[in-house]
Design a binder for this molecule. Structure first.
Ligand code: NAD
Length: 252
C-alpha cells in the first residue's frame, strides 16, 4: 500500500524534542513511524497518538535502521521524511572522559544517524524525493567546555549533513540540520542536575532571555521537512537558539 499522506520516521521520540516533533508532524497530516531505545510509558504512548507505530531499538545497533525502513515501507509504501533526533549528552572534562564514554556518544549521536541516513536515504533516492533533518546542536557550531564527545559528535553530524546534501541534492533528497540552543527537556534536567549550569546562567546568556521549548525546535524541523516550505534549502544548519550562538559574547 502506498500512503497518500506524507510519511515520516522520527528517532528518540518517547519524550522531549522527538515527541513534540511527532505531535507537530501528525497535526500537519504526516503518517508516523517513531523509534526509541525504551518503551514509551502508557502516558507517553497517548501523547504520541493512537495511530503512531513504535519501533523499539538503539539507533546505533545493527539492524535498527533496516527495521525502521521495512516497517515504514510495509505500512505506508514510502518514506518522505527522516528526523534523526535520538541523542545522548555527556558532560565530562576532556582529560577525564573514558574511551568507552567517548565511543558511546559518537555511536548514538553520529554513527546511528549515519546508518539511518544511509538506509532510509536509499529508499528516498529510489523514490527521487525525501527530506532528512538531523538534530544537531549549537554544540556542533561552538566549542563549549566539558563536552568533548558531545561537541565532536554534533560537529560531525553537521559535516555529515553537508556531505549528504552535496551527494543527494541533485537526486531529489534534501539533507539539513537544526541546531537547538538550550531546550527544556529531560536531557537538560540531567545536565543541570550534574551541576553543569543553572536556569539563571541560560536566561542571562541567551539574547532572548529564555530556554527553547521542544515546540520551538519541532516547528523548525517541520519547516525543513516540508518541500513546500523549504524546497530549495539543502545542507543548511539552522540555529534555533534565541540568538545565543550568533551573539559572539557567549562564554561556556
Ligand atoms: P531527551 O533525553 O529528552 O530525549 C532523547 C530521547 O532519545 C529519549 O526518549 C531517549 O530514550 C532516546 N534515545 C537515547 N538514546 C537512544 C538510542 N541509542 N536509540 C534510540 N533512542 C535513543 O533529549 P532531547 O533534549 O529531547 O534531545 C533530542 C535531541 O536534541 C538530541 O539529539 C540532543 O542532542 C539534541 N539537543 C538537545 C538540546 C537540549 O538542550 N535539550 C540542545 C541541543 C540539542
Amino acid at each position: 500500500m502506498t500512503s497518500t499522506s506524507p510519511v515520516a520516521v522520527i528517532t528518540g521520540a518517547a519524550q522531549g524534542i522527538g515527541r513534540r516533533t511527532a505531535q507537530v508532524l501528525a497535526q500537519r497530516g504526516y503518517s508516523l513511524i517513531v523509534n526509541d531505545v525504551r518503551s514509551p510509558t502508557e502516558t507517553e504512548r497517548e501523547l504520541l497518538g493512537a495511530k503512531v507505530t513504535v519501533v523499539l531499538g538503539d539507533v546505533s545497533a545493527e539492524g535498527t535502521a533496516e527495521r525502521l525502513a521495512a516497517t515504514a515501507l510495509e505500512h505506508f509504501g514510502r518514506i518522505d521524511v527522516l528526523v534523526n533526533n535520538a541523542g545522548i549528552s555527556n558532560i565530562t572534562p576532556a582529560e577525564d572522559i573514558s574511551r568507552a564514554q567517548f565511543e558511546r556518544v559518537l555511536a548514538v549521536n553520529l554513527l546511528g544517524p549515519f546508518l539511518l541516513c544511509r538506509t532510509l536515504g536509499r529508499v528516498m533516492l529510489t523514490q527521487g524525493s525525501g527530506s532528512i533533518v538531523n538534530v544537531a546542536s549549537v554544540a556542533g557550531l561552538l566549542g563549549i567546555a566539558d563536552r568533548a564527545a558531545y561537541n565532536a559528535s554534533k560537529h560531525g553530524l553537521i559535516g555529515l549533513t553537508r556531505t549528504l546534501a552535496a551527494e543527494w541534492g541533485g537526486r531529489g533528497v534534501r539533507v539539513n540540520a537544526v541546531c537547538p540552543g538550550w531546550v527544556k527537556t529531560e536531557m537538560d534536567e540531567q545536565d543541570m542536575g550534574a551541576g553543569a549550569y543553572t536556569d539563571a546562567d541560560i536566561v542571562n546568556r541567551v539574547p532572548m532571555g529564555r530556554f527553547a521549548s521542544p515546540n520551538d525546535i519541532a516547528q523548525a524541523i517541520a519547516y525543513l521537512a516540508d518541500p513546500q516550505a523549504s524546497g530549495f534549502v539543502n545542507g543548511h544548519a539552522l540555529s534555533v537558539d534565541g540568538g545565543w550562538a550568533n551573539d559572539g559574547s557567549w562564554d561556556a
